[in-house]
Ligand binder design. Structure first.
Ligand code: GLN
Length: 564
């Protein structure tokens, strides 16, 4: 079994009452606060579902799949961890029940447990423990390890993880482990009261499985009075000063500041017998004040098919906000359902926006709406940013309407077409086999991309070679490259090793860029991604010029549609 580094500290975060309270954001915020005191941290997410990873789940079920640099398909909370902290996350930082059982059963078949009955305790719990310690010890970082347990206390499938952290308290001792429990303190409008009972029940459920929380973080839409804190402390056997209020915040980047105001970081530090250091949070304060008091405002249309669940586009949404921060601008993201886009409503839906972004996606539904959207923005000089599937849509649109290949299509849609596709402008490339199983079969993780001199991409990145993360099966088919170039498209980013087209642009257009990778995974509030900053800047310019054009025309009704 993996060993724990001497003096390594573990903070375990659990949640109760309801899901979606923001354990991921809490873990990430605590990480940022500890880093601001120069502590080296790492974060681990434990997901109790049986999938090996979320790669095969629908975004409607799970939200976005976040890809780490080494190509692991992980839970979207890892995205929060990377945005809020500098902890380098790898495959090992994401643990699922699926992985645990897969490896225990494999070991059993190999004969590693010969003579024994293989059981949840100790075999499954030992495997979880070993993986947590492995993820914590393999890195040179990680004086403090934050471990988030997904799901809600009381879930059957989460029990082995809770049991593991109970054992880890015994193994590592009180001063090296902390239990933080995030819970809901609901406000009942009928009685005008904030209620503590659900929290009491949640702590009771935790105690039943052997865990007494050290800290309670209470989410509430209303302020929590000292009197209520006292009551929660008494009923839950938690020190009164360790009952921390976490009110709803205007922007997620405000959460670390709120927690700091409650003294959460200092209390954790002293609870772990660590040294208090000066906290450097000024840069966070600047970001929050830019978000709250922007100088400009811009609307971006996000055309996708998973728009009902905003979690599906979490990293893109955040990267747009970061691009806004870089331009001192508020970004209003308008989610547009690609399925509902028709020739007749296109103008009405897209006209007033500063820019359009088409994100990643899978499958055939909504494709024609996306292609129509690209045609509209290309022909009307509206800034366009196509990401992964979005770039593929831009290439199909260009093939059909500029290169004269009316039946241009993607190999991904073969099964939905009545006839075999003749012109596969997007297709599987050499070495990629169609017959493989779906899980983990994509081009995943970070790859090099060389930028063409004097292109928009190289002007934005200001580098010759960049590294970006991927998650896709299909590529541009190089058979069509010459024709596209003749018709004015520039392939400005190429993976030289495999001759894969990674970035496309149209120099005649004010800002038209498609990227085969996912730049959103590397954007942070403290370090906005240059592509997003540049896109927002182009969108702002368009919106300003539209406004002044309309003012000149003195058309006050139209002006309304540009107000953000
Ligand atoms: N479905 C496309 C592919 O597999 C694009 C994937 C994506 O947008 N992440 O290539």
């Amino acid at each position: 079994m993996n060993a724990v580094k001497k003096d390594q500290k573990f903070i375990f975060i659990t949640g109760g009452v309801v899901s979606s309270l923001g354990k991921g954001l809490l873990s990430a915020s605590l990480g940022s606060l500890l880093e601001a005191q120069d502590y080296k941290i790492t974060l681990i997410k434990c997901d109790p579902y049986l999938n090996v990873d979320p790669g095969t789940m629908s975004p409607f079920q799970h939200g976005e799949v976040y890809v780490t640099e080494d190509g692991a398909e992980t839970d979207l909370d890892l995205g929060h961890y990377e945005r809020f902290t500098n902890a380098p996350l790898r495959r090992e930082n994401s643990i699922t029940t699926g992985q645990i059982y897969e490896s225990v059963i494999l070991k059993e078949r190999r004969g590693d447990y010969l003579g024994n009955t293989v059981q949840v305790i100790p075999h499954i719990t030992d495997e979880i423990k070993s993986r947590i310690k492995g993820a914590a010890s393999d890195t040179s970082l990680g004086e403090i390890v934050i471990v988030e347990i997904g799901g809600t206390v009381g879930d059957i499938e989460g029990l082995p993880f809770i049991e593991t952290i109970r054992q880890m308290r015994v193994d590592l001792g009180f001063k090296n482990t902390v239990f933080v429990h995030l819970t809901l303190v609901p406000y009942l409008s009928a009685s005008g009261e904030v209620k503590s009972k659900p929290t009491q029940h949640s702590v009771k459920a935790l105690r039943e499985v052997g865990i007494q929380p050290d800290f309670l973080i209470c989410r509430s839409e209303k302020a929590i009075s000292n009197e209520l804190k006292k009551k929660i402390a008494l009923f839950c056997s938690v020190k009164e000063e360790n009952v921390i209020a976490a009110p709803d915040v205007g922007t997620i980047y405000e959460l670390p500041l709120f927690l700091q105001e409650e003294g959460f970081d200092q209390k954790i530090i002293s609870r772990l017998s660590l040294q208090k250091r000066n906290s450097k949070m000024d840069i966070w304060k600047n970001i929050v004040s830019t978000i709250h008091q922007p100088e400009h405002s811009v609307s971006i249309g996000l055309v996708g098919k998973y728009v009902e669940l905003k979690d599906s586009y979490q990293s893109i949404h955040e990267a747009l906000v970061h691009g806004g921060v870089a331009n001192k601008s508020r970004v209003l993201v308008k989610y547009i359902d690609s399925d509902a886009l028709t020739k007749n409503n296109l103008k009405e839906k897209l006209e007033g926006l500063g820019g359009i972004l088409i994100p990643g996606g899978f499958g055939e539904r909504g494709v024609e709406g996306k292609i129509k959207a690209v045609q509209y923005v290309r022909e009307n000089n509206i800034p366009f940013f196509g990401i992964c599937f979005g770039m593929q849509m831009a290439l199909l649109e260009y093939a059909r309407h500029v290169c004269g290949i009316a039946d241009a299509d993607s190999g991904e849609f073969e099964e939905f077409r009545s006839k075999p596709i003749v012109n596969k402008v997007i297709d599987y490339m050499e070495g990629q086999s169609e017959g493989r199983s779906k899980g983990g079969s994509m081009r995943l993780g970070s790859y090099a991309c060389h930028l063409k001199k004097d292109s928009l991409a190289s002007a934005i990145y200001k580098q010759e070679c960049i590294y970006e993360r991927h998650r896709h099966r299909f590529e541009f088919n190089n058979k069509f490259k010459k024709l596209f170039e003749k018709k004015g498209m520039v392939f400005s980013g190429i993976n030289k090793q495999k001759n894969l087209m990674e970035i496309v642009e149209i120099p005649k257009h004010p800002w038209f860029l498609g990227v085969q990778f996912h730049p959103e995974f590397q954007s942070k509030p403290l370090k906005p991604h240059p592509l997003f900053s540049s896109f927002i800047s182009a969108a702002l310019q368009r919106q300003v010029s539209c406004r002044s054009r309309l003012r000149r025309n003195n058309n006050s009704t139209d002006l309304m549609s540009f107000q953000t």
